[in-house]
Design a protein. Structure first.
Lengths: 243, 230
């Protein structure tokens, strides 16, 4: 292979004046983590609400939940980001559109909202599966004790459901981190974007991508290990995973 | 909102969008799913083979692919495939590879990791008695896989495999980062040429939505039918 390897490229100064190439990748890593954490909060909040709606006795609520999930699940993430970024400012009233276009850090906010809502449909499906996996007796016992629907969810169903769906939620969080890389198409220079920039500045293609790969693997390992601890500490006694 | 909506730009570009763009997207999806399924089944067989080294290698491959974002993998292979081609053909310089070949290789190798997990679950869902009966009948390992285990595993997992193919169909839009005119890329080209971002992106969204919805509806019906038979 006639490719000139140069691993010390990481310690050479980058032409954009922010330090070495390694600093470039690390700042991309930071942005990836920030974006995915913010998006994950949106995904959890909306996903939990919509997932619960799908399990409610009310037909209307469950239909709205179904429509929400289908809407966000059946379009590629890239198309959704384009719609938030390019289409939304054009179809809202003109002064709102102007405000949206002049907003600083627009790619960041767009990515957070777009990826957050995209992932919320998946979180909703997991929440619904978690609530439905509980034995019927739990809900009946809560009703027999005189709890309202809201109280049943708050004190009986959700504390159980969320602990049961921890493992699938971990992989959804990992997907959120990976999906932030789609935002390079709307100009968010996160880890993949910085690796691409490094490749364009330095022509060291494979070193740049190896650097990004190693950093992504590190994030994955950290998240998996941290979640394993969390899962163990909140495991339900008496279940297979419990103590 | 639709006051100055230009439907004509969609009508004018329909031919380009569907004959060039959608053909590319669907071909990439079909061949990617087929290649990914074959390669993924091989990986699943490696993991279940009982040879520790083979299983370890296959496991590492799957874990690596599943922890990387698809966009990064697309970039990796875009630059790597010419060198792989040089190594395979033994030529003296990195060979030229077209956009389609490069993205096809990417999707086959990337999706194989996901398909292999599905096929592994499918193979493990077959009861132990089946391969045992096959070997009692004198079938070799290859024959028992080919005629007994894999057909059943494939059938059990068909809805999941098709759902993954719908995900793949949506993911092919990411070849946009290589400026390849797939369906979204074609829509985006027209959008930027005519300054009609709103119309083209909304139209692309509607088309993706319709196809995915229709396909997942079909998968749901298929699932119901398979469930009755079993």
């Amino acid at each position: 292979m006639n490719y000139h390897w140069n691993w010390s490229i990481f310690f050479e100064p980058a032409p954009n004046g922010t330090g070495t190439y390694l600093d470039m990748l690390l700042s991309g890593l930071l942005l990836t983590i920030e974006t995915s954490l913010c998006a994950w909060i949106i995904a959890l909040v909306f996903g939990a609400v919509v997932g619960v709606m799908r399990t409610l006795p009310s037909k209307a609520a469950s239909r709205i939940g179904f429509a929400y999930v289908e809407f966000f699940r059946n379009m590629p993430l890239l198309v959704q980001l384009f719609i938030w970024f390019f289409v939304l400012p054009e179809i809202v009233p003109q002064d709102w559109g102007l405000w949206l276009k002049q907003m600083p850090h627009a790619p960041f906010y767009t990515a957070v909202i777009g990826i957050g809502l995209f992932m919320s449909a998946r979180v909703a499906e997991q929440t619904r599966a978690g609530v439905n996996s509980l034995p019927r007796g739990q809900k009946m016992a809560a009703t027999a004790l005189g709890l309202t629907t809201a109280q049943t969810y708050r004190y009986v169903l959700l504390p159980m459901a969320f602990r049961i769906i921890m493992p699938p939620l971990t992989s959804e969080f990992l997907s959120t981190i990976k999906n932030t890389s789609v935002a390079i198409t709307i100009g968010l220079i996160e880890l993949t974007g910085e690796a691409r920039a490094m490749q364009e500045f330095s022509f060291q293609v494979f070193e740049a991508f190896t650097g990004a790969t190693v950093l992504y693997l590190l994030i994955n390992i950290v998240v998996v290990v941290a979640m394993r601890f969390l899962e163990r500490s909140i495991a339900i006694p008496g279940y297979i995973t419990g103590k | 909102m639709f006051a100055n909506f230009d439907f004509d730009v969609i009508r004018r570009s329909l031919g380009y969008l569907f004959f060039d763009g959608m053909t590319f997207t669907l071909t990439l999806t079909g061949l990617g799913a087929l290649g990914g399924l074959i390669f993924g089944t091989l990986i699943a067989l490696m993991r279940l083979s009982g040879y520790r080294l083979l299983g370890r290698i296959a496991g590492l491959y799957v874990d690596l692919m599943r922890s990387l974002p698809l966009v990064l993998v697309i970039f990796w292979f875009y630059f790597l495939v010419p060198y792989i081609g040089q190594w395979v053909t033994g030529s003296s310089r990195p060979i030229r590879v077209g956009a389609f070949t490069s993205s096809l290789v990417t999707f086959i190798l990337f999706e194989a990791a996901y398909f292999s997990e599905i096929m592994r679950a499918g193979i493990q869902s077959i009861s132990k008695g089946q391969p045992a009966a096959a070997s009692a009948l004198g079938l070799t390992y290859a024959q028992s896989m080919r005629y007994v285990v894999l057909p059943q595993a494939f059938r059990n997992m068909l809805p999941v495999l098709l759902t993954q193919t719908i995900v793949l169909f949506q993911d092919t839009s990411l070849v946009y980062v290589l400026s390849i005119p797939d369906f979204l890329g074609a829509a985006s080209k027209v959008a930027q040429r005519d300054g009609r971002l709103v119309e083209m992106y909304l139209f692309a969204a509607v088309v993706y939505f319709a196809i995915s919805c229709f396909a997942s509806f079909g998968v749901r019906r298929l699932q119901a039918r398979i469930a009755i038979v079993r």
